[in-house]
Design a protein around this ligand. Structure first.
Ligand SMILES: [Zn+2]
Length: 409
């Protein structure tokens, strides 16, 4: 029964187009995010939660009141979906008792195949949900939204001892603005959990530390017919710079696990001025200083070789490894691990080669690990999720709430 309700919720949420839009000047970046928020608000009110509201930025907050002696915690998911694949008009396909063979995506006639994705074989007998192949599914993060909503309803239906639980549904996570408008003081919780992860047991406790660098090459532009001895071509300087960056180490193409990288991802400009944007990534924030030093060294080299050229490196902070901030509330991780065990799930502590809303919240002083909710192949037309994993996520959340009720502030 409750599995059906969980599935129905999920299907209702994915059908609303709430794709984030990089180009938009508004917050949230697309009106569909407000619509998802309104639906959630209606459902929360229908559950009997009086302290639920959507703020002026579209974020939805709700408080499930509980024993005030226990520490309050927050459960967080984002309502937007990735702009990296088409995201409007999602037509979900539900595959009950998956038989381990190719899944035909009816819209594109492409297949989701265990030969390409061997992990599918482990899901025989389970209920899988895909899109029709012409859009992403949006399980990232509507699986998390559905898990939180279902857990909230069960908490209200079968009261168990729990402390105050805040629910928070954010917007525009996929374009890096998920927690821009989150008021941590107002949340007033000991820690938070994002529900925005992969297979059963995944517990993200560390993320990259991340900065962005811009390298600006200023040359001297004049007509090519009279360039001899005078022209300094910034396009060429940029090419030399890129060529001198390490490629066989320290690049996304050649690193994995706990290795960091420098990733040039955008180049624009002309003869007079060219700019290259790079991502700096490592699990140690101090390693980002070394990466910047490397860029500065290359910049000085080129300036020396091309007198008159200017090469300027600027660095902008993006986010920091959540592990650094987790020390503030170590129970955030230990209780999540225990909750998984209590729910019959084997915890798999994971280091994420990226960032999450949780890394930003943690950096701002609110420890926020990320808990699995059954998302697979996020951001792609091959996205799918598993209903039984979503259910395990709900059970984990309920166990987590029970464990926190035994703690004291
Ligand atoms: Zn997500």
């Amino acid at each position: 029964m409750s599995l059906t309700r969980l599935l129905d919720r999920f299907l209702a949420y994915v059908k609303i187009d709430s794709q984030a839009d990089f180009r938009a000047k508004t917050y949230p970046s697309s009106p569909g995010q407000l619509l998802v928020g309104q639906l959630l608000l209606q459902e929360l009110h229908a559950m009997g939660l009086e302290e639920a509201y959507q703020d002026k930025n579209g974020l939805v907050y709700a408080l499930i009141p509980g024993n005030p002696k226990a520490p309050a915690i927050a459960l967080v998911a984002h309502v937007d979906t990735s702009p990296e694949s088409p995201g409007g008009g999602v037509l979900p396909q539900v595959i009950s008792r998956y038989d381990g063979t190719d899944i035909v995506l009816q819209g594109s006639k492409k297949v989701l195949s265990p030969s390409r994705y061997p992990e599918l074989s482990a899901y025989c007998g389970k209920t899988l949900i895909t899109s029709d192949g012409t859009t992403l599914l949006g399980a990232d993060d509507k699986a998390g939204v559905a898990v939180i909503m279902e857990a909230a309803q069960r908490l209200l239906e079968q009261p168990l001892n729990h402390g105050p639980v805040m629910l928070l549904f954010t917007c525009d996570e996929e374009i890096g603005h998920g927690v821009d408008h989150v008021d941590i003081e107002q949340l007033a919780v000991a820690c938070a959990y994002t529900l925005d992860g992969g297979p059963s047991g995944e517990l993200d406790i560390a993320t990259f530390s991340a900065d962005r660098a811009e390298v600006t090459f200023t040359g001297i532009n004049l007509h090519p017919s009279i360039g001899k001895g005078k022209m300094i071509n910034a396009v060429r300087l940029g090419g030399i710079f890129l060529d001198r960056l390490p490629r066989h180490i320290l690049s996304p193409e050649t690193t994995e696990g706990r290795e960091g990288f420098i990733h040039p991802y955008e180049i624009q400009g002309g003869v007079a001025q060219t700019r290259i944007s790079l991502l700096l990534r490592d699990f140690q924030a101090s390693a980002l200083d070394q990466q910047e030093a490397m860029l500065q060294t290359l910049a000085r080299e080129i300036e020396t070789e091309f007198p008159g050229a200017k090469v300027e490196v600027t660095r902008h902070i993006q986010y920091r490894n959540m592990a650094e901030g987790m020390a503030r509330e170590p129970r955030a991780v230990t209780l999540a691990e225990q909750a998984m065990k209590n729910a019959g799930v084997v915890p798999n502590l994971t280091w994420v080669r990226g960032g999450t809303d949780g890394s930003r919240l943690t950096e701002r002083g609110l420890p926020t690990p990320n808990i699995f909710c059954g998302e697979h192949n996020a951001h792609s037309l091959d996205e799918w999720c598993c209903l039984e994993e979503m259910e395990e996520s709900v059970l984990t959340v309920l166990e987590l709430v029970k464990l926190w009720a035994k703690e004291r502030r």
